[in-house]
Design a protein around this ligand. Sequence first.
Ligand code: ARG
Length: 617
Amino acid sequence: MNPLPHLRTLFEPILTQLATNAAKVPDYLGMIRVSQNPEHGDYQANFAMPLAKELKKKPPDVAAEIIAKLPENDLLELPQVAGPGFINLKLQSDWLAQQVRSMAADSRLGITPLAQPKKFVIDYSSPNVAKPLHVGHIRSTIIGDALTRLLRYLGHSVISDNHLGDWGTQFGMLIHGYRNFLVQEAYAKDPLRELARVYVEIRHLIAKEAEDLAIAKRVFPDDIEDLQTPTVVQCQRETAKLHAGDPDNVALWQEFMPHCLEALHQVYHKLGILPFDHEHGESFYNPMLPGVVADMLAKGIAFESEGAIVVPNVKGNVPKTEEERKKEEPPALIRKKDGAFTYTTSDLATIKYRIEAFQPDAMVYVVDFRQALHFRTFFAQARRWGCSDVALEHVSFGAMLSREGKPLKTREGNASELLPLLDDAVELGLRSYRESYAQRKEFGHDVPELSDAVIQDIAEAIGSGAVKYADLSQNRNSDYKYDPEKMLATEGNTATYMQYAYARCRAIFRKGQIDDARFRSSPPAVMIVHPAERTLCLQLLRFEEALLSAAAEYMPHYITAYLWDLAKSLSVFYENCPVLTAESPELKESRLLLVDLGGRVMKQALDLLGIRTVERM
Ligand code: ARG
């Protein structure tokens, strides 16, 4: 139900006829865009300027020629030429009204089924387990979840895979901690909590050792790898034993894993994210790693260098001489001198497995910008290795910062954990609801009296919705400032505002005691009387366009931008167009349809972002 393709179809034959170079027509058609200023029409076509250059004519003349060639149609009003040759396009209100009516009758809200659905594998969340989930992982989880929902809704097939880091040094830390610091009774009672405590204790110990040894003061302790304190050495030894298949360490790893996963799933549950199709962690690929290295060696893609096995980097040419080697970017390691495999080896095994198991068209990795180099080089290596028929995409995102723009820390100065943060958001959600309740009461609004359980449910929807929306409404490439106050604001581009806007749509039906079913099964005629109705109709029809562009660029913030525009048009509509007290029964029916459809679109768009709506607030 997207007006754009209709417009393109209308202009295509004319442009094909006029252009001397037919290859340029698709570019020209791409120059029909939503107009930034409604005074310049609903859409604006900017192709007259380049076409005039091609034809060596004046742009306004070419624009006039195009308009003169337009066939009679019920889509557009007579277009106007503006400025240096812009063509302003205004849709006919009758056409708009009819389209909105069909959209209301469609359970898919006018989203056209895809001609060529694709198969995606999306790798997201993917935390290193055995340590508490850190706020940094929240962005991958939220963005990946929204993209999965969106692509599925559009009709693609999506396989979601949580590529757990379940095989790293953190397990050496747990094993060492288990053997030396575990309190048995506590472990018997609540293994999860005791393991978390042991993990923190080890980290503190390492931090202290590092301080005593005056090892560089750096952001600690996220990565212990290069801090050679006695405890780190012991932990690394345990990790190496685990990797070598030591039965005791493997047994402990098997004992710990279910607890680690349980902790993780608690957070996912709280966040309300979709269950993953697969959670193949790094351990799953471990047995495949020697085969990867052997195959790459056999195919002449990898080579030995000073005892290690390396793959030449992005440029792809294997340096032959010492001179050449010095000039090359550093090649990627796939097996270290000591025989250990690397993150890259594991990702290469993963990609091969996924291609064989799922045959996807595209593989999407939702991972922090800091891994950009890893993905760039690993993609190049994978292509050389033969993974050439699959689109590879690193959907990167910026850092999550405090309101002051610093890395997020807890009061104790550690990097923030996720769970308390979510609990705080729900707490704030509850406060926000109570404030709004009191305010609406004071203004004499009709506020529903709700039970404590219902209010708690609303607070949870508000709290987790606020966290998600604040993240998703940013261009994902920007750093994102975590600001609870701002994200829970009841005015502006926030989840809370959208949730209230949705509840307001529902309240009208409750207040009028009107059943919404008939606005969907046999929608009444849509009447466009007031400009605010026209704007709202246009906005409703742009839903598909917003979803398609968000999916094409993996940019969820296009959906929140759409929601924000929709919410604004709804609010202007309410100001100008009485619904329950409309002048005629036909107009009332038409307006009820707009309210119902507005609510449905809001709910659907929020749902695609993984955000819950409630019927009354
Ligand atoms: N576990 C990694 C980390 O926390 C992210 C993994 C991303 N996925 C991948 N296939 N490399 O940094």
